[in-house]
Unconditional design. Structure first.
Length: 110
């Protein structure tokens, strides 16, 4: 069986994909093993508090989740699972944004 990707979910808002089709020089088995190894390393990093999970809330409703490695300046992966307000609605009802930045252990990242 050929696997297109390995998907790792963290909670209800965040997931990340580890694809097997990124390197055409690998056999299917090698590509699958590479995706699995990458997913396992990512999970280990999350569990060892090397990754910050950021959740943005707008009016107490989660609107965006992302992750960031502690020693990295850019988001490694982002999803936006809910629709955003647009145009006049955004101007009439400005956002009340709350951001939580936590490690898997529950400690807050500062």
């Amino acid at each position: 069986m050929y696997v297109d990707e390995v998907t790792v979910e963290i909670g209800e808002l965040f997931h990340s994909h580890f694809e097997t089709c990124l390197d055409d020089n690998l056999t299917k088995q090698e590509a699958e093993e590479q995706a699995i190894t990458s997913a396992i390393e990512f999970i280990k990093d999350v569990l060892e508090d090397r990754v910050v999970i950021e959740i943005r809330y707008e009016r107490k409703k989660p609107v965006r989740a992302s992750i960031q490695y502690v020693n990295d300046n850019e988001d490694s992966s982002v999803i936006i699972p809910f629709q955003e307000k647009k145009g006049i609605l955004k101007r009439m009802f400005p956002s009340k944004i709350k951001v939580e930045r936590l490690f898997w252990s529950g400690k807050e990242f500062k």
